[in-house]
Design a protein. Structure first.
Length: 473
């Protein structure tokens, strides 16, 4: 144990919020300690966005190669070398990881300390170093950015089964014959379609009435149709009561009106949510309150219940997206370095599910808007009416916009279609700029682009007198 070392700021966790925050504060002339137990870059670079989207790209190439005949292009048999896919993923992750690390190490007043940190009190953190020994750090300002990890549900026999998580599944060296997936959320759906395209039989088991339980039923239903068309078996309103493994075969015992009593597979992916990395952090010693699930409680400025301690990213229990974590960093940066008043209140959160086609989402669903008692108009159009989608033969999905009937402003949108995340971003920009939908209906978008389809999406609406009102009043 060394004598305590004092810093102006300690950041626990070098994720997509913590790393940039530590670097920015250090560049401003402050002494900063950045703690990381494993790899700089957090979940996004090492176990989330970067590796999964890299592998999804390989799966899409396999899918398009099999569809080559639809475009008048003849190819031979298509096979997938999962070890080559895995190596490509590893190379890209290592490149991104090295870039994140070098950015941190380039800051002269920023110390990267590798090990597990835990609170001693509200200004003291003890660190068990990865290379042995222990250090004690002090600061009057500390930020928690420890993220989350896969949750393991309490299912009988699961602790005796060699199951996969969203991290370990990306290290498989061979495509399983039959992949069972527990959970119909983002992780389960992305990996399900990916491995189906790699050549596996895939069954997704979900307790909800439909996958993506927070989405509108028509949007989720359209995605389910696409997944079934791809050959994925969906077992909705089904629970796994027990699992067992015998001779390399995993058996899941099921409960549900339309479900079989049991189903067998070669691999089981548990994609049943995430849990916060606070159990070893000892937040109570610092006076930091957590929820029953272990998420750190914060206010709109990301302050915890302890003076001088803040939390950002997934560990707060907010939307678990990289761009939200990075925006948390912006809130603290604005507050600390620029004297601003930025908060997390009323920020417009967008997100994209990287199935193929993508589901881009922003703002309220129709169900959420109506539950708030809002008077809404809904614009909806299948992708079969999008000229660009027809030209590239990618017509699966739909576009849906929820509009405030009083103001003719967008409340939210879902774009399930080719490059759905990019098209959704156009609608997000319109919402940020407070544009009425008639401006989008009449906008001269470039032809032929996917954005141009917004003209048609809003074409048949009776927008009423508010259509002429503009953002400037």
């Amino acid at each position: 144990m060394t004598d305590p070392v004092s810093y102006d700021l300690i950041v626990i966790g070098a994720g997509q919020g913590g790393g940039p925050l530590a670097g920015t504060v250090a560049e401003d002339g402050h002494d900063v300690a950045l703690l990381e137990r494993r790899h700089v870059g957090g979940t996004c670079v090492n176990r989330g966005c970067t590796p999964t989207k890299t592998m999804i790209a390989s799966a899409r190439v396999a899918h398009l190669a099999r569809r080559a005949g639809d475009y008048g292009v003849e190819t031979g048999d298509v096979s997938v070398d999962l070890q080559a896919v895995r190596q490509r993923k590893r190379d890209i992750v290592e490149s991104f990881r090295a870039g994140s690390r070098s950015s941190v190490e380039a800051k002269s007043s920023l110390d990267l300390i590798e090990g597990d940190g835990r609170f001693v009190d509200a200004e003291t953190v003890a660190v068990d170093l990865n290379d042995g020994g222990r250090r004690t750090l002090t600061a009057n300002r500390i930020v928690i950015n420890t993220g989350t990890r896969p949750a393991v549900p309490p299912i009988d026999g699961l602790d005796e089964v060699d199951f996969l998580t969203s991290t370990s599944i990306m290290e498989l060296g061979a495509v399983p014959g039959h992949l069972l997936i527990l959970g119909g959320g983002y992780i389960g759906l992305e990996f399900g379609q990916m491995f189906r395209r790699f050549g596996a039989e895939v069954t997704i088991i979900d307790r909800g009435e439909h996958v993506l339980g927070r989405e509108d039923a028509d949007v989720a239903g359209a995605l389910e149709d696409i997944l079934r068309e791809d050959g994925i078996r969906l077992l909705n309103e089904t629970s796994v009561t027990a699992v067992e493994e015998t001779g390399g075969t995993i058996t899941a015992h099921l409960e549900g009106d339309d479900a079989p009593a049991r189903i067998t597979g070669d691999e089981l992916l548990v994609a049943a949510g995430r849990r916060p990395n606070t159990d070893a952090l000892n937040p109570g010693a610092a006076g930091v309150a957590t929820t029953e699930q272990g998420y750190v409680q914060v206010d709109a400025r990301l302050a915890t219940t302890a003076d001088g301690i803040y939390a950002i990213g997934d560990v707060t229990g907010g939307p678990a997206f990289t761009h939200v974590s990075y925006d948390d960093y912006r809130v603290l940066q604005d507050h600390w370095l620029h004297g601003g008043d930025r908060t997390t209140e009323d920020r417009l959160i967008a997100y994209t599910l990287f199935t193929d086609p993508q589901l881009g989402r922003v703002g309220l669903t129709e169900k959420a808007a109506r539950s708030r008692g809002l008077d809404v108009t809904v614009a909806q159009m299948p992708m079969t009416r999008v000229a660009r989608a027809l030209e590239v033969d990618e017509t699966r999905g739909l576009m849906k916009a929820v509009i405030d009937s009083t103001t003719n402003r967008l409340l939210g949108a879902a774009v399930l279609g080719i490059e759905g995340g990019e098209v959704m971003s156009v609608l997000q920009t319109a919402m940020m700029g407070d544009l009425p939908v008639d401006r989008l209906r009449g906008a001269p978008f470039a032809h032929p682009t996917l954005a141009e389809s917004l003209n048609n999406l809003f074409a048949g609406l009776d927008l009423g007198p508010a259509a002429e009102r503009r953002a400037d009043g």
